[in-house]
Design a binder for this molecule. Structure first.
Ligand code: F0G
Length: 435
């Protein structure tokens, strides 16, 4: 017999400014504080006074839902709905996002002398990136509020996800992309799912700026990660990860940083579990940026996280080619609250790490491989120690960026050659001789 309560706890939420703390009466179109213009976060005041026994029962409730085929239970986001904004289930837009595998690394674990090294592959989401968890949550809110148009600026993955979820919800989507800087695979996804794609002659940071103006005049719901509901969906990766680890907290979680929504969401997820008493410790959350797109690294290094240092971003990891990250303040808090590190990695370090993951059968985007590249530096510096459990968040699927492979190290593509067995056998003999 089910031990679930007949009516799952209904918890109301508030939107609170991350800087001045003002609770907002209503959210404006840009999800900015009416007092100081900073970003907002979703808070659940009722949970602060909830009986501890109820919080502890969440583990059991969430586990039970895993066996259910109801769409809201099959979703790796909505399964955790006690810690999400409450919406009528009829509004929920889901494609069973989340539910991504946690896989141990072998070769890299041996080489780094980190026997407990794992990757959580968020590239296994419906559109091939972690964005789906956040978009499921935020587009659900858009639908509940009666919007029929949604929009985003994107380096590619958000646009793919927005387009797909909008199509599922029978809504229209608009995406602004930096022309020539989005991989063919991501662009193809947005087009396939029927988005109105506008390529702008600029970078991601300026696309987002233009979108701010558009949203003021055009009744489209903003789905970039400054929308706090996005982060509510994305934070569930922390809940799912803890279930997969049987609630043993890893010492480190390493995540790539671009606009810094994901690292902020991850930190929020862990903090909420900690505040509810579901975990006793916090992992150190470390954020890795490409050296050519390193505003957070510079901000931490040069002024300890007080004022954002913007940069002109340049990296072949196009997903994180961002110089003016919206969620930098939230990310600084995550680094402080969890005592994580902020590190940068070069283009060749990213390429090498991506090849090493590939050699273990794990295909990811260059931006995701930055996590392994960063971990190597953190381990070499003694920040990560041998007995510790480390989880790398791989944010996007390898097929998102196949052109990157053209310049990747260590490949074995031979031919074209004659289609006869002698040629093939001679070639194979040479290969065998080398092994
Ligand atoms: N990894 C991948 C594969 C991404 O697509 C992104 C961001 C990140 C990491 C960084 O996450 O921005 O939350 O710090 N892509 C966004 C987009 C910007 O438009 O698809 P972040």
């Amino acid at each position: 017999m089910s031990t679930l309560p007949a009516n799952p706890q209904v918890v109301t939420h508030e939107l609170r400014c991350v800087h001045c703390g003002k609770v907002q009466e209503t959210a404006d179109r840009m999800f900015r504080c009416t007092q100081c213009s900073e970003l907002l976060e979703v808070v659940y005041p009722e949970w602060a006074d909830a009986p501890r026994e109820f919080a502890l029962r969440l583990k059991e409730i969430w586990r039970e839902r895993r066996g259910s085929s109801l769409p809201e239970n099959a979703s790796g986001v909505w399964r955790f709905r006690e810690l999400l904004p409450q919406v009528d289930r009829q509004h929920i837009v889901t494609m069973s996002e989340g539910n991504t595998p946690l896989v141990p690394l072998k070769k890299a674990a041996r080489e780094l002398r980190l026997p407990n090294l794992l990757v959580k592959h968020q590239g296994m989401n419906p559109t091939g990136s972690f964005k789906d968890t956040g978009i499921s949550a935020a587009i659900t809110m858009a639908r509940a509020e009666g919007f029929s148009w949604v929009c985003c600026a994107s380096t590619g993955n958000t646009s793919a996800s927005v387009a797909a979820y909008a199509a599922r919800a029978e809504m229209k989507s608009i995406v602004l992309l930096p022309a020539g800087q989005v991989t063919a695979g991501k662009l193809a996804q947005a087009l396939e799912y029927g988005a109105h794609v506008l390529q702008l002659r600029t970078d991601f940071d300026s696309c987002l700026k233009v979108l701010h103006e558009v949203v003021r005049k055009f009744p489209a719901y903003l789905l970039n990660s400054l929308n706090p509901y996005r982060l509510e969906g994305q934070k569930t990766v922390a809940f799912e990860l803890m279930e997969q680890l049987d609630w043993r907290v890893p010492e480190h979680v390493v995540v790539p940083g671009g606009n810094l929504g994901n690292s902020s969401a991850l930190g929020k997820g862990f903090m909420e579990l900690h505040n509810l008493g579901l975990i006793k410790l916090l992992p150190k959350i470390s954020i890795i940026q490409a050296a050519g797109a390193n505003p957070l690294v510079r901000t931490m290094r040069e002024n300890g996280g007080k004022e954002l240092i913007r940069v002109n971003a340049e990296t072949r990891a196009t997903a994180i080619r961002i110089g003016n990250p919206a969620s930098w303040r939230k990310a600084v808090s995550v680094l402080r609250n969890t005592a994580g590190a902020c590190e940068e990695v070069s283009e060749s370090e990213i390429a090498q790490a991506k090849a090493e993951l590939g050699a273990e059968g794990i295909g990811c985007e260059p931006a995701s491989a930055a996590t392994l590249a960063g971990l190597k530096k953190l381990a070499a510096a003694g920040f990560v120690k041998a007995a510790e459990t480390v989880v790398l968040l791989l944010t996007g699927h390898m097929l998102k960026d196949v052109d990157y492979m053209k310049q990747a190290p260590g490949q074995s593509l031979l031919g074209p050659m004659e289609a006869d067995s002698d040629t093939v056998i001679t070639t194979l003999e040479k290969i065998y001789a080398r092994h």
